[in-house]
Design a protein around this ligand. Structure first.
Ligand code: DX5
Ligand code: ZN
Length: 217
């Protein structure tokens, strides 16, 4: 089995020391930097937006994996591309025209991701899976870091893996929310390709070592 992609979520970082935190990730075994954008509308919390993403990009030596938890993502996709996003994920629950939104992201030269909430069934991806580069499967209800992992996720990962196999899609499966060293291995075994980890990484006394441990499960 190939190694997991590890994407620490900058949402859990010390915002007063963003440069230091990004440099720590540069030196770590992290593959991507996960950037959580919340609008106070799609989710009941506000995080940060385009200027902060640009600031992260100025120091980042790893691709930015931008997770848009916002309504009308099509209005902002281009701005996040310009801010330096390599991967942009939109929520299926926020898109009336998901197919168009995926094409919009790809036309900018970004990898297109689709995020799905815990209540959204894998079957909802059936008609777009062939065009998607990444599925960001939420293992908590989006809006906050530091929440408890929802155990039903394993079953959904297996269902998604099967859909990907059946359709020949190249989509990667990313798990987002409550990831730690207890669930990382079973998630990998269920078929996950990438793990997002916020609090588990940034609240550790040695974040780089935690990243390296997640990387080698
Ligand atoms: C939740 C965000 C997650 C979150 C992960 O709304 O999308 O990316 O920051 O943080 P932890 O790992 O602390 O659950
Ligand atoms: Zn996220």
């Amino acid at each position: 089995m190939s190694k997991l992609i590890i994407a620490p979520s900058i949402l859990a970082a010390d915002f007063a020391n963003l440069e230091r935190e990004v440099k720590m990730l540069n030196e770590s075994e992290a593959d991507w930097i996960h950037v959580d954008i919340m609008d106070g509308e799609f989710v009941p919390n506000i995080s940060f937006g385009i200027p902060v993403t640009e600031a992260i990009k100025r120091h980042a030596k790893k691709p930015l994996d931008v997770h848009l938890m916002i309504v009308h993502p099509e209005r902002y996709v281009e701005a996040f591309h310009k801010a330096g996003a390599e991967i942009i994920s939109v929520h299926i629950e926020a898109c009336n025209h998901l197919h168009r939104n995926i094409q919009q992201i790809k036309a900018l030269g970004c990898k297109a991701g689709v995020a799905i909430n815990p209540h959204t069934s894998v079957a909802a991806l059936e008609n777009t899976i062939a065009d998607i580069d990444l599925i960001c499967m939420m293992s908590v209800n989006p809006g906050f870091g530091g929440q408890k992992f929802i155990e039903g996720t394993y079953q959904k990962v297996k269902q998604l893996k099967e859909l990907i196999r059946k359709t020949g899609s190249k989509a990667l499966i990313e798990i987002d929310g409550g990831v730690n060293l207890t669930n990382a291995k079973p998630l990998k075994e269920a078929g996950a390709d990438a793990l997002v980890a916020g609090n588990f990484v940034f609240s550790a006394s040695d974040p780089k070592s935690v990243i390296s441990q997640l990387k080698s499960v």
